[in-house]
Design a protein around this ligand. Sequence first.
Ligand SMILES: [Zn+2]
Length: 236
Amino acid sequence: MTELIFRDDAYIRSCTARVTAIDERGVRLDRTVFYPTGGGQPGDCGVLRLADGTTVAIADTVKGDSADEVIHVRATDARLPEPGAEVTAEINWDRRHRLMRMHTSLHLLCALVPGAVSGGSVGDGRGRLDFDVPGASLDKEVIAAGLNRLIAEGHAVAPRWIDDAELEAHPELVRTMSVKPPTGAGKVRLLEIIGVDLQPCGGTHVRNTAEIGLVEITKIENKSRQNRRINLAFAG
Ligand SMILES: [Zn+2]
């Protein structure tokens, strides 16, 4: 099991950690700042710095067999540390921060578009969400203006935990049909944009919507009779 530092504070860029295991899939640490692919957000890349000063480039981060298991996937056949070795794990912060900004803007989009979310993806500089909106035609300019207004208003963003029973009592919290929040662990992590949006999410987000900056809607696609795909990108 890995201590998931990014879950409590997404702004921590590096941490010291001990190597717990190494196999053909990658390196496991006792604690990490690397977010593993999940919930539509890609895994982090970065480096592991060894005690002798050498670095191991990490190309991707994925989940292991259990929810709290994180596998750091190395970029090349670089020499690996020994199990038990102490390393400094350091993410590519510029990329992560762009992912955090885009991820948070997709939560704002959820608050503006009626209908359940049927899929989505966070990319570097762009992102998309699929909505189930039978019959409706969506106005690109109106949604873009609403998004940039919510961003500029500077709403605070914070995680909050509830237990499984509380989530069961409030099924309206679950906006995403395709990604059911992980229950069974006793508690579920919610992401709240104060006064705007509240839903289960395990990803990384900025602390305030103003940090997102201007976004634009690049296109709205009709994927099927009721499926509308809204594509976002950072403006400029
Ligand atoms: Zn989220």
